[in-house]
Design a protein around this ligand. Structure first.
Ligand code: MEV
Length: 438
């Protein structure tokens, strides 16, 4: 077992690397070489990355690819995607091309309200607490003015603050449940700063509220934090076309394709095991753009999956129907995104990704990201209900196997040629390479 180390964060970068290499690796020199190989040769840029987090040793690269030809609300976009999974960018590009000639994607932000809560314990009379809250509410607004001033200039701010009685679920537990509009910023810091001020005001004012007993005056704040569940920060993305225009598959009629596709979505609506994988396919597209634009994909993931369970059962995020000969495929999802603040202007690649997208507002970015998710879902379902997923997936994954076996240029050519006509599975590719090498 490795010995614990005290004061690791205080060591210099060199010292940290040396300790890691000599403690965890059989070949310390090799480990140091690998770590250093991934440093950026531009020292300032490396310093910027070093300072994003604590204890940075090096960088962990993900490919940044692009999916061109996305028509969204009549406008052409090239969508940047940061992702390691072989087939995702190819699938997005394929969907983009398919729908570009069928009217493109439509997307609309339905609302963009964010939420934060002060969780607190109050032991006493709930009616008195409500009176106190009514009296203190204007102060909750006025005492956050220095925090909200700039946000208000941009048209955002605190929308409302409610007192919520949660004592039926947990003894003496109440909340200040606040809603916010944060315009082009994701708003996490803004919301958390407001909440911490609410908590302070709440505690101080309770001490001065004459109707409270000594116990009632002693409000205990448990925590103040934004919620990543944003069911009122919703964007809708949609595609539709006459069923007869769906024709593209070789072995299936457009009617049969539409029927199979709609049924596949229905299965994800009613079957949680399938819904999770179905939604994972959507998140392939969403996370890749969220990451590329410097947004917080963990927040998005948490919020989206909670939304997928909002009716008490985990279900599909997307839906499909055929009505009067028109095929429609759509999705409404919560996305709390920002195009200013955070990493968006700090990470050079995030900045570039946003410029590539035409410097969108947060609403426009929500639309683009939702479309990337729907496109990904369309591509996956299209493959699943026609050729099966492995054909396209293995075609892209082939390069990973070729790299794993450190194939020569000549071997690569022969492998790629062979698997143009044959089904590629991992073992079939490995067998083929081994045969070539005999
Ligand atoms: C793989 O990353 C995503 C899929 O499994 C999604 C799906 O099954 O719909 C292909």
């Amino acid at each position: 077992m490795t010995k614990a180390i005290a004061g690791f964060s205080k060591l210099s970068k060199e010292e940290k690397i040396n300790w890691i290499a000599s403690t965890h690796f059989a070949d310390a020199d090799q480990a140091i070489e690998t770590i250093r190989k991934y440093w950026n040769s531009d020292a300032d840029l490396q310093k910027l990355h070093d300072e994003f987090i604590e204890n940075t040793l090096t960088n962990f690269y993900l490919p940044l690819g692009v999916a061109p030809n996305f028509v969204i609300n009549g406008k052409n976009h090239t969508i940047p995607m940061a992702i390691e999974e072989s087939s995702v960018v190819a699938a997005a590009s394929k969907s983009a091309k398919f729908w570009a000639s069928r009217g493109g994607f439509k997307a609309t932000v339905l609302n963009s309200e964010k939420i934060g809560q002060v969780h607190f314990i109050f032991q006493g009379d709930a009616v008195k607490l409500q009176d106190f809250f009514t009296q203190v509410k204007p102060k909750l607004f006025s005492q956050t003015e220095s925090i909200t001033k700039n946000m208000q200039k941009r048209g955002g701010g605190i929308l409302d603050i409610e007192l919520r009685d949660k004592t039926a679920e947990l003894e003496n537990y109440y909340q200040l449940h606040a809603t916010f509009e944060t315009k082009d910023s994701m708003g996490a810091n803004f919301i958390n700063s407001c909440l911490e001020q609410f908590a302070k005001t709440l505690k101080e004012e309770a001490q001065l509220f004459a109707a409270f007993s000594e116990t009632e005056k002693n409000i205990q704040v448990v925590m103040s934090i934004l919620s990543n569940y944003v069911p009122n920060c919703i964007v809708r993305a949609e595609v539709s076309c006459p069923v007869e225009d769906l024709k593209e598959e070789k072995n299936i009629s457009q009617e049969e394709f539409a029927e199979k596709f709609v049924r596949a979505v229905k299965i994800a609506e009613i079957e949680p095991y399938r819904a999770v994988t179905h939604n994972k396919g959507i998140m392939n597209g969403i996370d890749a753009v969220v990451l590329a634009t410097g947004n917080d994909f963990r927040a998005v993931e948490a919020g989206v999956h909670a939304y997928a369970s909002r009716d008490g059962r985990y279900s599909s995020l997307s839906h499909a129907k055929v009505e009067n000969g028109i095929f429609t495929f759509w999705m409404e999802i919560p996305l709390a995104l920002g195009t200013i603040g955070g990493l968006t202007s700090l990470h050079p690649m995030a900045k570039m990704a946003l410029e590539m997208l035409g410097k969108p507002s947060a609403h426009e970015l929500m639309e683009i990201v939702a479309v990337a998710g729907l496109a990904q879902n369309f591509a996956a379902l299209r493959s699943l209900t026609t050729t099966g997923i492995q054909q396209g997936h293995m075609k892209m994954h082939l390069m990973n196997i070729l790299n794993q076996f450190q194939t020569t240029e000549n071997e690569r050519k022969q492998v790629l040629k062979h698997f143009e006509k044959h089904t590629a599975s991992h073992s079939a590719v490995v067998d083929f390479i081994e045969n070539l090498r005999k």
